[in-house]
Design a protein around this ligand. Sequence first.
Ligand code: SAH
Length: 246
Amino acid sequence: MPPRMPRFFVEGAHAPGDHLILEGGDARKLVVVLRAALGDPVEIVDSHGVAFVAKLRSAGPRVSVEVVARIAGEPAGDHPPQIIVAQAVPKARKMDFVVEKLTELGVTRIIPFLSERSVARAGGTEKPARWRRLAVAAAAQCGRLDLPLVDEVMTFEAMLVELSRVDVALLAWELAAPVPLRDVLPGLVGAARSILVAIGPEGGFSYDEVERAGVAGAHAVSLGRRILRTETAPVALMSVLAYLVG
Ligand code: SAH
């Protein structure tokens, strides 16, 4: 499968469990061009702009997919704000833990990135695919109907572009002024519709990165005097945000 799930737009309103037939160009693209195999995931967007993960169930003569789960979209009305976690990819399989826990805690999107002091290296597309599978399993396990989007691994610079797009961006930095979160966060996240939290790698963010994130609009925050592991920090910060924004 390609790095990103292919996306198809379909008529009508849909829900998990629905079976849909893909016609013409969509069917050809999926089966002939992308050579999707049965069970491969695709993204389906219905007439209401609601996105779903669906799986290929039949490749011919009719190409059909089964809608599996909703993908979180833009919040509307009184929905809680979107919370995006940008996580510097940790060593070994620690990202598995991060994806599972953040899915349970209701994060809308997870952006894996590599930064100056990252030990991990970009390793093709198999890891994001694995993380997406883990997110599906974690969502099913905790009764969550939507799925967090899990991006392809991106560079620190690309992550900064995402960071500059949200209402409030926080960069967890162990050297930030040790002001308690209960004093900083309420004023910052109060009316935000989208919040991005950036967590550094095992080696931490470099001064240069902290400065560039600041220019892009991030507020550096301390999570206390103890140094948390890179996989603990997002869980701690996400719990506090969930408490604050519901
Ligand atoms: N190597 C650094 C620590 C990195 S901890 C050192 O030893 O000094 C990994 C990441 O977790 C950091 O980049 C930061 O984003 C987050 N983090 C850990 N503890 C933190 C704290 N007390 N305050 C803010 N962020 C923290």
